[in-house]
Design a protein around this ligand. Structure first.
Ligand code: ADP
Ligand code: MG
Length: 323
């Protein structure tokens, strides 16, 4: 069983940032209003995600760390139309199998919570414990038992940067959740959780960005695009500051990035890339998010149509009068 977990770890857990992404997505699924992430040494030695979500019963908690026992897939059909963010039910067991893992969790209605500890391939140690409502997961010494994988990690600076980038995008995709990110004992990012995307953008990218926003609002039959991009005063040297959320899922799509850049550059100087956060809503059946085990890349049934929609939404934002 441990062997299976370790093999799968390569697909789900590539580096500390993949662990953070899985844990934070679970917190989001659990209905958290506040999520705190703390790391040390770029996440290589220590990562902790604390949420105030629904928590788990002792039974749930035990199930959660068992392979394939807990998938949110209820029916085969969900493989095509994935409603919730998580869908494989393997993240926690996989992460636990390559780290020193511990979890504390309690539901609001329960007097006592549960603590689960797992070290690598070891058996889970489960106990009742006093703890606050919600879930805290701690992952230490990632890849301590898989030296080959450990070698693939980059410097703590690089790994920490990946976590920061990933958290920034998760925070932007959920302006209704208050995020707090602490790295090496310093608070490096917070968002207010007001539900207003402008507030989240201002919190993570600064007031200058917040003051340079152009509103995106586009609708064409079953495609809806909303969000913000920035005026040329906030142009960036890379696409790192572009976030795409399709049906509540943070994704990467080369064609959407290209549509955004092309539209922007068709009207404004080619100095760099605009900062942008775009929410795209399309019928679930017209997207395929199963193209990669880490489910980041997205494919549209009609890529050409989506390209045009993003292109047009950006043009409209830059020229609101539509002349
Ligand atoms: P998946 O998200 O695909 O279901 P995971 O391995 O990521 O699989 O999580 C397993 C299960 O553990 C989840 O389905 C959920 O029931 C529970 N769980 C994980 N993290 C949390 C959390 N932060 N709060 C509440 N429940 C959680
Ligand atoms: Mg999950």
């Amino acid at each position: 069983d441990g062997t299976i977990n370790k093999i799968a770890a390569g697909e789900v857990v590539e580096r500390p940032a993949s662990v953070i992404k899985e844990l934070v997505e679970n917190s989001i699924d659990a209905g958290a209003k506040r999520i705190e992430v703390e790391i040390m040494a770029g996440g290589t030695s220590f990562m902790r995600v604390t949420d105030d979500g629904c928590g788990m019963t002792m039974e749930d908690a035990q199930m959660a760390v068992k392979r394939h026992a807990t998938s949110k897939i209820r029916e085969a059909d969900d493989l095509v139309t994935i409603g919730t963010l998580g869908f494989r039910g393997e993240a926690l067991p996989t992460i636990a199998s390559v780290s020193r893992f511990s979890m504390m969790t309690r539901r609001a209605g329960d007097e006592l919570g549960t603590s689960v500890r797992i070290t690598g391939d070891g058996e889970p140690q489960v106990e009742e414990t006093g703890c606050r409502v919600g879930t805290t997961i701690r992952v230490e010494d990632l890849f301590f038992n898989t030296p080959a994988r450990k070698k693939f990690m980059k410097t703590t600076h690089t790994e920490g940067g990946k976590i920061s980038e990933c958290l920034t995008k998760l925070a932007l995709s959920h302006p209704e959740i208050a995020f707090r990110f602490i790295s090496n004992n310093k608070v490096s990012m917070t968002t207010p959780g007001t539900g207003r995307l402008e507030d989240a953008i201002t919190a993570v990218y600064g007031t200058q960005a917040g003051e340079a926003l152009l509103t995106v609002g586009f609708e064409d039959t079953d495609v809806k695009i909303t969000g913000f991009l920035t005026k040329p005063s906030m142009i960036r040297s890379s696409r790192n500051w572009q976030t795409f959320i399709v049906n509540d899922r943070l994704v990467e799509s080369k064609s959407m990035s290209k549509a955004l850049d092309n539209a922007y550059h068709s009207l404004l100087p080619k100095a760099g890339y605009p900062l942008a956060v775009l929410f795209i809503e399309v019928p679930q059946r017209s997207v395929d998010v199963n193209v990669h085990p880490r489910k980041i890349e997205i494919k549209f049934e009609d890529e050409g149509r989506m390209f045009k929609a993003v292109y047009k939404s950006v043009l409209d934002a830059i020229r609101p009068s539509g002349q």
